[in-house]
Write a protein that binds this ligand. Structure first.
Ligand code: CAA
Length: 259
């Protein structure tokens, strides 16, 4: 991998987009590497939570690579969009929990990749925005869809039509960021959050993620039916016995095995 760094320790994978000279902008090579890397990580049983971040202290991801797009044909633009769709779709639906550690600019494709993660933790210097309309294009890596779903149609339209950049505080206020912390505490905060997730039954967490993701894209009744089915499925697991027995016998320690 030329543009990504992956470190796995104690159940947590930290995946860093590493093109600091271009503020970690996503070119086609990086998008393809992301897709391949996530396909590997989603199969790894030793990874329970993935933290996605950018290299350096200035930028998470400053968007799709404008120097690659400037002379791209419609066919090439579409191919780039599809590469992102594949990688971001994998990120959004992987069985593990994903946290974006937003350590600076999250613009265009950067804001969009953060929205494909389950949770966004922003450093105080983070800046979010969808500047595409100022470049003569529109958000093409999921921004028109995921931003509206996360912060509502009105706020998404305002951000996309004005190309305004918002700071971490405002992102937190509108629900784009789950949390805001000093830059120096960013990775630690994400790792601690990952630790709290990992205390719980991993298969149950994964089913809950599936219920939320699929349910949000369907009508309430279908979502509730899916939830009931997945709820039933969780009753087939050893972890359900373990979690409930621990509660009933007042035992603090729980030993979840992921099935
Ligand atoms: N693509 C390619 N290169 C980029 C880039 C991008 N998205 N963002 C930054 N860079 C490069 C700059 O060209 C510059 O390279 P050089 O040193 O070779 O000149 C380097 O990174 C450092 O950037 P700046 O000198 O511009 O740094 P700054 O501190 O003055 O500004 C910034 C930082 C505000 C983030 C500014 O770089 C910027 O506005 N970047 C572009 C942001 C953007 O428009 N993103 C959306 C892209 S389109 C998109 O993402 C489409 C989609 O929906 C997927």
């Amino acid at each position: 991998m030329n543009n990504l760094l992956l470190e796995v320790e104690n159940g947590i994978a930290v995946l860093t987009i590493n093109r600091p000279k271009a503020l970690n902008a996503l070119n086609s090579e990086t998008l393809a590497e992301l897709g391949q890397c996530l396909a590997e990580v989603e199969k790894r049983e030793d990874v329970k939570v993935l933290i996605l971040t950018g290299s350096g202290e200035k930028s998470f991801v400053a968007g799709a690579d404008i120097s690659e797009m400037v002379n791209a044909t419609p066919k090439e633009g579409r191919a780039m969009g599809l590469l992102a769709r594949e990688a971001f779709g994998r990120l959004e639906n992987m069985p593990q929990v994903t946290i974006a550690a937003v350590n600076g600019y999250a613009l265009g494709g950067g804001c969009e990749i953060s929205m494909s993660c389950d949770i966004r933790v922003a450093a105080e210097n983070a800046k979010f925005g969808q500047p595409e309309c100022g470049l003569g294009i529109l958000p093409g890596f999921g921004g028109t869809q995921r931003l509206a779903r996360l912060v509502g149609k009105g706020r998404a339209k305002e951000l996309i039509f004005t190309c305004d950049m918002i700071d971490a505080q405002e992102a937190y206020r509108i629900g784009l960021a789950n949390k805001m912390v000093p830059q120096a505490e960013l990775l630690d905060t994400c790792k601690k959050m990952a630790g709290r997730v990992m205390k719980n039954a991993p298969f149950a967490v994964s089913l809950a993620k599936q219920a939320i993701n699929t349910g949000m894209d369907t009508d309430l009744d279908s979502g509730l039916k899916l939830e009931a089915n997945l709820f039933g499925l969780a009753f087939s697991t050893e972890d359900k016995k373990e979690g409930m027995t621990a509660f009933l016998t007042k035992r603090k320690e729980k030993h979840f095995i992921g099935k």
